[in-house]
Design a protein around this ligand. Structure first.
Ligand SMILES: [Zn+2]
Length: 400
């Protein structure tokens, strides 16, 4: 059985130990030592990493009552070595983990909501509650948790030899299926629950708790939160964003929101104006295009590459149709060609024409009746291709 020193002191970052066993593993070696400060992957959070006898420890896992440390090099059995965990990582995870205790306690006390899940990754942490809460309730929970942080309450752990010994302990959460001795972690004047992980010594170490997102999840709610250093970095990032926006608007940070609102309104107006101007411009463009159509046996034929938005190509093409005629309009944007072919009063199905147009332009498209459309990467020699298509369509109109 590996002696777990993180139970003795969560702020013990190194210890001397004896190598009991060292076996090759899939990636590196599994090393068993008699005692260690390393915490394994457990309880929804990642393990400690660090060094053991000067070689890297990349993973720690439980194997019954033992802990196996995955190293990247072998260590001699029987040797006495020093294990050292990554202190920053341990402190960061303890901040998140103990912060989760406080948030869970506040959700329980304020709204009778139970913690039904916890996950701590290296960049975020989530807490699942069994009932949905309003944004105001989430804010109240966050306020209360931060008030408990500022009181710098003592966090302690105690072992109980049996379930019976736990009868008089007011637990918020009692994990099922635990084997004695059962560890209970308590925050002075607040939370008590069964837990196996390392925690901060007092709540002040958490620094700050910020819930950054709260979304409906499995009939309850999933809260994403940041504690301590993570919360500070989050605020620093937000401040950089707001400062950049403020400089962009030549205003102060407090006025950014109203500046954005004002610009959003202006943008709406401009879009409206642009749509009206585009519509007017298109009426002129349609007239100009219709003037360029050639006469083929009593029908009009128009084949033109136009400078317009691909989304406007279809209404533009339809607008150029006379009583009897056929229009093939194309437009080019960012190396892509869009084309629309449509007709009126000539008794020719566009579904018959589009394969030849696709072939000429190396494009893909389809349609039937009076309209077909397609797209292609802009081909080289487009002018020549358009001459050939004009000749082809002229011949088709002549044959009708
Ligand atoms: Zn805990």
């Amino acid at each position: 059985m590996t002696e777990r020193l993180y139970f003795v002191d969560s702020h013990l970052f190194e210890n001397e130990c004896r190598v009991l066993c060292c076996e090759p593993a899939a990636e590196g070696y599994d090393v068993l030592v008699d005692r260690t400060v390393f915490f394994p992957n457990k309880g929804g959070q990642p393990c400690d990493v660090g060094t053991l006898g000067g070689v890297a420890v990349t993973d720690v896992r439980e194997a019954g009552e033992d802990l196996l440390l995955r190293t990247d090099a072998p260590l001699p059995v029987g040797a006495t070595v020093v294990g050292h965990i990554d202190e920053g990582r341990r402190l960061d995870i303890m901040e998140q983990h103990t912060g989760e205790h406080l948030l869970s306690w506040c959700a329980f006390k304020l709204f009778d909501a139970a913690n039904v899940g916890f996950h701590c990754a290296l960049s975020y942490a989530t807490l699942d509650l069994d009932k949905p809460l309003t944004p105001e309730q989430i804010a109240a929970m966050e306020d209360m948790a931060n008030a408990l942080v500022r009181r710098n309450l003592k966090v302690s752990a105690a072992f109980y030899d049996s379930e019976a010994d736990l009868q008089n302990v007011p637990l918020r959460k009692h994990a099922e299926g635990l084997t004695a001795p059962i560890r209970v972690v308590s925050i002075e004047d607040a939370d008590s629950c069964t837990c196996c992980a390392p925690h901060v010594h007092s709540t002040g170490e958490i620094g700050c708790i910020k819930i950054t997102a709260a979304a409906a999840y499995k009939g309850g709610m999933r809260c994403t939160f940041l504690c301590g250093g993570r919360a500070l970095r989050y605020f620093q990032s937000l401040q950089r964003t707001v400062d950049t926006l403020a400089r962009g608007f030549s205003t102060g940070a407090e006025e950014v929101l109203s500046a954005v609102d004002k610009q959003t309104q202006e943008l709406k107006e401009l879009k409206k104006d642009k749509a009206a101007l585009t519509a007017r411009l298109e009426t002129y463009l349609v007239r100009e295009l219709m003037d360029r159509a050639r006469e083929v046996k009593g029908k009009k034929l128009l084949v033109e590459l136009v400078d317009t938005d691909p989304k406007r190509l279809r209404p533009l093409a339809l607008g150029t149709l006379p009583e009897r005629g056929l229009s093939l309009l194309l437009c080019e944007k960012a190396g892509n060609l869009t084309y629309v072919v449509c007709s009126n009063g000539i008794g020719l199905d566009m579904g018959e024409l589009i394969p030849a147009i696709n072939l000429a332009l190396s494009g893909k498209g389809g349609g039937r009746g009076t309209l077909a459309q397609g797209s292609a990467p802009t081909p080289s020699g487009l002018t020549e291709t358009l001459h050939q298509l004009t000749a082809y369509l002229t011949a088709r109109l002549q044959s009708l």
